[in-house]
Design a protein around this ligand. Structure first.
Ligand code: ATP
Ligand code: FE2
Length: 335
């Protein structure tokens, strides 16, 4: 028998539209990335306004598809499977992805896999870093979770009790006039900070919380007694120490020897440094995928589509968005 037939390589096109980014990734079943095209909503003063996100995604979607196919040097007819981010996310932004994928599949008759965005962050990290059984510190705009695989699901060992860390950083950045996204700008300012200003340190068991810290930061900024450089420095030192502490506790509890970072805030060098020191002290391995796969992108979604190919659907009618879907709602049947 020809094993080449059994192992036929397939190509998946993945669509990301949960929040600020409309992205299309194209990936083969051997894990080769053929294209990663995206366009992200940005604003100099405001934040993420749901309808503005949908307008942005509608405006760029056809151009992104064209770019992705051109970069991959393939035609639509070469695609075997389509996947899309079903949730969690901002409903008007998710709906653009859903409509786009349905139209595409009606035209091509391809099967669809609806994927969980958070699991996609984890799976792309495992593919690209070759980590095997990591604890994932998932630190993005809307999500902050410490996740690890146990008994058929990616379990959440700890998480934010209010907003995600990126949204918290962006909210303070917006308050002091830095625009969106604020994370990279806060990181630059923090580099010059030397004086640590005490802020609330909020770890509750395995969970963390940011809203009290945000209130305190705003109050301190308004008092004009502190400069923004020292406030940004202290913000990073405090909240990244909180993340590192709960990640370490999850590793100790599960006995896992690997830490993987995911989500846009994982681009931050100070967060990486703290996690790296913690992993060295525990003699654990530390993995970070390239920045382009930490932030939202279509490649993450395409790769989880490949993993979920057996459950992809040909009947598109029942497929919908899942804005509030949680990581631990998903039964992992692709491992
Ligand atoms: P999710 O739906 O997974 O929550 P998201 O769309 O909210 O994703 P990502 O694209 O994963 O978020 O990340 C965006 C966030 O990352 C923004 O809040 C942004 O400010 C933050 N960010 C990006 N670069 C940095 C950095 N260097 N330091 C800190 N935060 C950063
Ligand atoms: Fe994300």
């Amino acid at each position: 028998m020809n094993s080449g037939i059994l192992m036929k390589e397939i190509i998946c096109l993945g669509i990301e539209s949960t929040a600020h980014t409309f992205g299309i990734g194209i990936v083969t079943s051997k894990g080769k990335v053929l294209a990663n095209s995206m366009d992200s909503f940005k604003t100099k003063t405001g934040g993420l306004i749901p309808n503005e996100l949908a307008d942005h995604h509608n405006k760029v979607k056809d151009k992104i598809l064209k770019n992705a196919l051109e970069n991959a040097k393939i035609k639509l007819k070469d695609i075997d499977l389509v996947s899309f981010s079903q949730g969690p996310g901002i409903a008007p932004a998710l709906l653009v992805g859903l409509k786009f994928v349905k139209k595409l599949c009606l035209k091509t008759n391809l099967p669809i896999a609806g994927v969980n965005h958070c699991c996609a962050h984890l799976e792309i990290g495992k593919l690209l870093t070759k980590s095997k059984d990591p604890v994932l510190l998932y630190a993005s705009g809307a999500n902050t979770q410490i996740i690890a695989y146990e008994a058929g699901k990616y379990r959440i060992f700890g998480e934010t009790l209010d907003q995600g860390i990126g949204n918290f950083i962006d909210a303070f950045a917006r308050y002091i006039g830095l625009g969106f996204p604020g994370g990279p700008k806060i990181e630059q300012l923090a580099l010059k900070g030397r004086n640590y200003i005490e802020l609330p340190y909020v770890v509750k068991g395995m969970d963390i919380s940011f809203s009290g810290i945000l209130t305190d930061l705003k109050r301190k900024y308004d008092s004009k007694k502190y400069n923004s450089i020292d406030l940004c420095f202290s913000l990073q030192e405090t909240v990244f120490a909180m993340l590192t502490e709960v990640s370490e506790r999850a590793m100790a509890h599960t006995g896992k020897k690997e830490l993987l970072l995911g989500g846009g805030v994982a681009c931050n060098k100070r967060l990486r440094e703290m996690c790296n020191i913690m992993c060295k002290e525990r003699k654990a391995k530390f993995f970070i995928p390239e920045n382009q796969y930490l932030i939202d992108n279509g490649v993450n979604i395409a790769w989880l589509g490949i993993l979920m190919k057996k459950t992809a659907k040909k009947n598109y009618k029942g497929i919908d968005i899942k804005p509030y879907e949680r990581t631990d709602d998903i039964k992992i049947n692709w491992k």
